[in-house]
Design a protein around this ligand. Structure first.
Ligand SMILES: [Zn+2]
Length: 347
């Protein structure tokens, strides 16, 4: 274990040595860099793990894989009492948020996968049918080709809210994730989980099929936030299988039932802080730094009271400085007459 933890401990002690302010600034820049990252899907479906170890944090475990790698995983069941898993919790109703009085904000950011979370692509493929109206009917998800009997993995860690046969969805599994996001998996031939089960990304939750209103085996995949569906393509590039960003910015107009993912809006400068904002922040920081330097200088200032017979040269020698520096500090010239009793700044 020592070997495994060494890089972790080294990183931690380095972080502790940093000045608090520097650490803050570094964390901020990491947060932005980290949030922008794409996430490749994990392959946990086919990687059996060898062992699970406790850490000092009861909410975090270390999973050791047979191939010698390891991963820190969050034990989500520790969050059972969290309101995200207790409020608007309904094991039958597809949208339990209908009577939620709180409106969804105009725009907000959701951490989709943080350093402890994982992501597993539902299926890396060209979607068969996209989000939005189709033959005059609302289509709230994306259809992925899925041969009957193919295992369907949970996209992220979470808790199964619905595992049931629900009208047009056929066999449906709905998973709620700790960030409030829900993922829907419809038309399954079989369901492999029960409502209330805690699942990790990559766990098999069912098998592909064609139950419900379906014209052949496929997976109907939805992403919803507080009951409102948005195009899963904002989150996942299905053709490459990658999660577009760890941090997803959601705007209220994404919930328009006819709004498909638009690539040019998913522009990093717009989604995260713009360069202009970065520049302004840097300028403000520079001003603060200058003010701090001036304050430190003022605190270290030292004065000499001029006595009869003093010359700039003699004062400079006495305080180990130069005539030029004395002139600068006091805004005087070398020829300025020194008046007895006046205070001269020497440092
Ligand atoms: Zn569909």
């Amino acid at each position: 274990m020592n070997k495994l933890f060494l890089p972790f401990i080294l990183a931690l002690s380095t972080a502790l040595c940093l000045q608090a302010q520097e650490a803050d600034r570094e964390a901020d820049s990491l947060r932005h860099a980290f949030g922008r990252q794409q996430v490749a899907p994990t392959n946990t479906i086919s990687t059996p793990y060898a062992d699970t170890l406790d850490t000092g944090n009861p909410g975090v475990k270390v999973v050791l894989y047979d191939n010698g790698t390891y991963r820190f995983v969050r034990d989500l069941s520790q969050m059972a009492a969290d309101s995200v898993f207790t409020e608007f919790w309904d094991t039958r109703n597809v949208n339990p948020y209908r009577n939620d009085p709180d409106p969804i904000p105009d725009q907000f950011s959701l951490w989709i996968v943080d350093s402890l979370g994982a992501y597993c692509c539902p299926n890396q493929t060209k979607p068969r049918s996209l989000f939005g109206y189709r033959h005059g009917r609302r289509h709230q998800g994306i259809d992925l080709p899925y041969p009957k009997g193919t295992p369907v993995p949970a996209t992220f860690d979470g808790k199964v809210r619905i595992s049931d046969y629900v009208g047009g969805y056929g066999n449906l599994v709905v998973i709620r994730h700790a960030n409030g996001l829900e993922t829907f998996y419809g038309h399954l031939s079989e369901r492999k989980v029960e409502s209330g089960d805690w699942v990790s990304a990559g766990d098999i939750i069912g098998l592909g099929g064609s139950t419900g209103r379906s014209t052949g085996p496929h997976l109907h995949f939805e992403t919803r936030y507080r009951g409102a569906a948005f195009d899963p393509a904002w989150l996942i590039d299905f053709e490459t299988g990658t999660l577009r960003h760890r941090l997803l910015k959601i705007r209220s107009w994404y919930f328009n039932p006819n709004q498909r993912y638009v690539q040019n809006v998913d522009d990093e400068d717009e989604i995260f802080r713009t360069d202009e904002e970065d520049r302004i922040a840097a300028e403000e920081q520079a001003k603060k730094d200058a003010a701090a330097r001036a304050a430190a200088e003022a605190a270290a200032a030292k004065y000499h009271t001029i006595r009869s017979g003093d010359t700039l040269g003699a004062i400079a020698r006495k305080y180990h400085t130069t005539v030029k520096k004395l002139c600068q500090l006091n805004g005087i010239k070398e020829t300025t007459i020194l008046r007895v009793g006046k205070r001269l700044r020497v440092r």
